[in-house]
Design a protein around this ligand. Structure first.
Ligand SMILES: [Zn+2]
Length: 305
């Protein structure tokens, strides 16, 4: 009886609004976990890392899949038919059930990835080895392992929310100061945006992510680095203090207090007051090859609203 009522409800509310709320990637990862026994959050972390690398591609595909390995060396026309791929010892697997494995199909890629990972034990050490073989790049592997833990902790893939680094009920001011020459620290350009505020003003995390660095830096003073789910590193410098609960490896959400505004830096540990108190906020993006600084100002304006 309840089943019939639920069915009726599904038909009654079968509107795009209802479907828009369904966290689709999450269910695709969970479905794949059920079949392959690879924990869903590793699939989510790799898929997210790859989707961030492919942002500008028309037909994104996982960077670690080579068409020749996927379709098979002797599969000259790269026929996606699953039997042909098997005959030619290709790695491609059919994730959609249409008897084809296409390198342009997301579900086929995900299922092929999960099948590869399932040849390893589902332990952190073993999966780390498996992921290392895909990338052979320390930053890619570190990002993915950290983000897998973030997904696991929040048990959802709906983690795109961001926050302005200063809570809205505090006074602050800032202008676009990225790229300008800086008075201290040599010839490098100013890789961030300075947000001026009183000593002790709370500083909050801007994204879901992992605390990667905490401690003293000659120029930055007491600083924190947080890597988020978008292959981006958020750098907070010149702090007065860190939140006492925070340590390297801590998982944070947007709005979590991580410390307070200060004027530390520009010298040995403890140096403070050489410049007025402000938060230096920097953003660094990993494109899979290099890491580059970009202007946080447009993002800050967006998150401020
Ligand atoms: Zn600065």
């Amino acid at each position: 009886m309840y089943f019939i009522i639920i069915l009726c409800l599904i038909f009654l509310f079968n509107s795009p609004v209802v479907f828009a709320e369904v966290d689709e990637p999450f269910y695709l990862y969970k479905k794949t976990e059920t079949i392959t026994h690879v924990p869903w959050y590793y699939l989510a972390a790799i898929d997210q890392y790859e989707s961030q690398l492919s942002l500008n591609n028309e037909e994104p595909h996982y960077s670690f899949f080579d068409p020749i390995e996927w379709y098979g060396l002797t599969n000259m026309n790269q026929d996606p038919n699953i039997i042909t791929i098997q005959m030619h010892n290709g790695a491609g697997k059919d994730g959609t059930g249409n008897k084809e494995a296409s390198l342009e199909n997301h579900e086929d890629q995900l299922f092929t990835l999960a099948t590869y990972l399932s040849t390893y034990s589902p332990t952190e050490t073993e999966l780390k080895n498996a992921i290392w073989r895909l990338y052979e790049r320390p930053l890619s592997v570190k990002t993915i392992l950290q983000n897998a833990k973030v997904y696991k902790q929040f048990n959802t893939t709906d983690l795109s929310e961001k926050a302005f680094p200063i809570p809205s009920n505090h006074h602050y001011s800032y202008q676009s100061t990225w790229g300008s020459g800086r008075g201290f620290g040599g010839r490098r350009i100013h890789e961030g945006c300075d947000i001026f505020a009183h000593y002790g003003t709370p500083v909050q995390s801007t994204a879901y992510g992992t605390v990667e660095i905490m401690g003293w830096n000659t120029y930055g003073g007491w600083r924190i680095g947080i890597r988020d789910l978008d292959n981006t590193y958020h750098y907070f410098a010149h702090l007065q203090h860190f939140d006492s609960e925070l340590e390297v490896g801590s998982i944070v959400a947007p709005g979590d207090i991580i410390g307070s505004v200060g004027a530390s830096g520009y010298g040995p540990p403890g140096t403070s007051g050489k410049f007025p108190p402000h938060l230096h906020y920097g953003l660094y993006r990993d494109d899979g090859y290099t890491v580059y600084s970009y202007d946080p100002y447009p993002k800050l304006k967006l998150w401020e609203q």
